[in-house]
Design a protein around this ligand. Structure first.
Ligand code: MBD
Ligand code: FE
Length: 309
């Protein structure tokens, strides 16, 4: 295809019409974005000689993505969700708002409204025979002072690497809790050691990753929203040390400061002290949050989430 028409006056006027630039109704921001998307799309079609067959394959792919609810998974896998973190990091740096536990991606598997308890919780429903995990830590500010009454909203996968709600075989809110810290910023919970996540092998995200020669695996990780009055909301995750995909995460979420040492114990006396028997694991991890006086920064960013009203 050697004909070049994208830059002609006729096509450019047509794209303005199609994006509503020539009418007074609608939403100006949406018009601007759609106009730019149309211009870039026709440029891609022209410059990369996209055939009609390729175009319709792509259209069908979007339908498959939607039908499987995998759009959020794909943007994580293409590194775009991580890219948004890089942008926010750079903005923070410029505004002098650095320090504390780094953010990393939320991912597509959060569910709002998990049961809330004070200081401690058990996250698992007892049906998954995974290794018992005890995790604890403290939430502090940049001066090292404890942040009282912080909500630690935690979620993670089971030993099969799947998440309750999205995996309908798990009980409601399994491996999801909100824990309010004590006055010293302490939280603790009992759960099971999660396994890494793998994209559904028959889904559209993995189908595209295959075309890119990439895997769709994440190392074992635990997600957190950390929020306290007067402090900046933190969206982050910890990665468990010693994992195969620790530095090869398909969603690019690993950050050095977020690698948590997981220590396995076979000591019967230590197990008994925890009220369990046999092998168990422990993680200690503190979070450091920035102070903030704007309600905007204190809340999580707006995004469509499961069960969030
Ligand atoms: C996950 O568990 C996850 O955290 C991300 C970012 C993407 C897919 C699955
Ligand atoms: Fe996850």
């Amino acid at each position: 295809m050697t004909v070049k028409i994208a830059q002609t006056e006729g096509v450019q006027q047509f794209l303005k019409e199609a994006s509503g630039q020539l009418n007074d109704a609608g939403n100006p921001r949406v018009k601007t974005l759609v106009h730019r998307i149309l211009k870039d799309t026709v440029n891609i079609i022209e410059e990369l000689s996209v055939t009609p067959e390729e175009f319709w394959k792509a259209v069908n792919y979007l339908n498959e993505l939607g039908a499987r609810q995998e759009a959020g998974l794909l943007v994580a896998g293409l590194g775009l969700e991580h890219y948004l973190d890089l942008v926010m990091d750079a903005q923070d740096e410029e505004a002098g708002k650095s320090g504390g536990t780094p953010r990393t991606i939320e991912g597509p598997l959060y569910v709002a409204g998990a049961p809330l308890s004070k200081v401690e919780a058990r996250l698992d429903d007892g049906t998954d025979a995974g290794t018992v995990l005890f995790m604890k830590g403290q939430v502090k500010d940049l001066d090292g002072k404890p942040v009282a009454n912080t909500i630690v909203d935690v979620w993670h996968a089971n030993t099969g690497g799947t998440y309750s709600y999205f995996d309908g075989t798990q009980s409601e809110f399994n491996l999801r809790r909100r824990i309010e810290t004590d006055a010293q910023g302490n939280y603790r919970f009992r759960s099971i050691v999660p396994s890494g996540y793998g994209c559904p092998p028959d889904g559209p995200t993995q189908k595209l990753l295959d075309q890119l020669g990439r895997h769709g695996q994440r190392p074992a990780h635990i997600h957190f929203f950390i929020s306290a009055p007067g402090h900046r909301h933190l969206t982050t995750q910890i990665n468990l040390s010693g994992e195969q995909y620790l530095h090869d995460d398909f969603a690019y979420a690993t950050r050095d400061e977020l690698i948590a040492d997981i220590r396995f114990s076979e000591d019967p006396a230590a197990a008994r002290a925890h009220g369990v028997e046999g092998r168990f694991a422990e993680i200690a991890f503190d979070f450091t949050v920035q102070s903030s006086d704007t309600t905007q920064e204190q809340g999580r960013m707006e995004r469509v989430r499961a069960l969030e009203s």
